[in-house]
Design a binder for this molecule. Structure first.
Ligand code: URA
Length: 223
């Protein structure tokens, strides 16, 4: 699949040097879980600053030690939800909350059935209704966008609550062309922020070249 064809203005690939460097660290099979976690954390900061670039701003009056001036802050009326998909999404959650401390964190528990590659729900901490759907901004966190099936399930969950499609951002480390296409075939305006678009998926649904199982590598659970 041609990468040019699957990219549009709402698919943002952060391919600057620090991102590429840390990606090489986490791809390397010789990196320990500790090294993997630290490099993932650095990547999370770089990706999340980019992901949050769509937040609405409001002008305020402030006084510096020198004089009064106008300045801008993130609109306090906006409802901001960080939604990590368990368990690998936890790698991004602390960083996401660290740089946006007033956001609400809504965990999503889903695992991938190894045979069907379809998501299976086991935990959903999203609200039944959004208080302010037109002014809600959601950041779904999942390091690997592989088939896109669990992403689509999560996106649908939030869109059914009435929020705007363009206010939902999916943040990941590595995306597959198939996963991006799967999302784009259904949702034209969802933002995707990623560090890299890889070549393909293998028969088990793993991204190639990828980095293996992100959850196992983060949490050191190889047996
Ligand atoms: N989940 C992972 O952890 N790795 C992949 O390559 C695909 C899905």
């Amino acid at each position: 699949m041609n990468k040019q064809k699957i990219q549009d203005e709402n698919i943002i690939v952060c391919d600057f040097p620090l991102v590429e460097h840390n990606l090489s660290v986490i791809r390397n099979e010789n990196s320990s879980s500790e090294i993997f976690r630290n490099a993932t954390k650095r990547l999370a900061y770089l990706l999340l600053y980019t992901a949050y670039s769509n937040l609405p701003m409001k002008e305020v009056d402030i006084k510096t030690p020198i004089c009064e001036t106008k300045s801008r802050i993130i609109d306090p009326e906006a409802d901001i939800i960080i939604a990590p998909i368990l368990r690998a999404g936890l790698a991004f959650a602390d960083v996401a909350a660290d740089i946006l401390p007033d956001a609400t964190i809504r965990h999503i528990g889903m695992y991938r059935d190894e045979k069907t590659l379809q998501p299976v729900w086991y935990y959903n901490k999203t609200p039944v209704e959004l208080d302010n759907p037109q002014n809600t901004y959601v950041y779904v966190l999942d390091p690997m966008l592989a088939t896109g099936n669990s992403s689509i399930e999560t996106i649908n969950l939030f869109l059914k609550k009435g929020m705007k499609e363009e206010n939902l951002t999916f943040v990941n480390l590595i995306a597959s062309p198939q996963g991006i296409k799967n999302i784009r075939d259904r949702f034209k305006k969802i933002r995707i922020v990623t560090a890299h678009i890889d070549e393909t998926l293998n028969e088990k649904g793993y991204i190639v070249p990828g980095l293996g199982d992100a959850g196992d590598r983060l949490f050191n659970t190889f047996n």
